[in-house]
Design a protein around this ligand. Structure first.
Ligand SMILES: [Zn+2]
Length: 105
């Protein structure tokens, strides 16, 4: 399944979001720690892109582990948003760019 086009910009314009912690579906595994998912970005349309690399830098670093979509926070804890995603939805790439997304600082 490809990325859904951005309803506002066509190409999602991803900007760094609030600190986020990603958990697996039942909240038993901290995927942020396990996969180093330090980058959390948000488009105005609601699309989120979370990964272990730094694709917003110039030059960008490889994306590594990533998960994306119109993810809804399941809550907040200590000033960080929390998301729950199935661990199996994480993908891995050595690419520094992702089709359908533009990463902004
Ligand atoms: Zn968008």
């Amino acid at each position: 399944m490809g990325v859904q086009p951005c309803p506002i910009f066509g190409l999602h314009q991803m900007r760094p979001g609030a600190k986020a912690i990603i958990w697996n579906s039942d909240g038993t595994v901290n995927l942020t720690n396990k996969y180093g998912l330090s980058y959390h970005s948000v488009c105005e349309c609601g699309e989120k892109f979370i990964c272990s690399g730094q694709p917003q830098y110039n030059p960008p670093s490889q994306i590594g582990w990533w998960v994306a979509g119109n993810l809804q926070p399941s809550g907040g804890m200590g000033g960080a948003l929390t998301y729950r995603v199935p661990e199996s939805s994480l993908k891995y790439t050595t690419d520094v760019r992702m089709e359908g997304y533009r990463f902004l600082i």
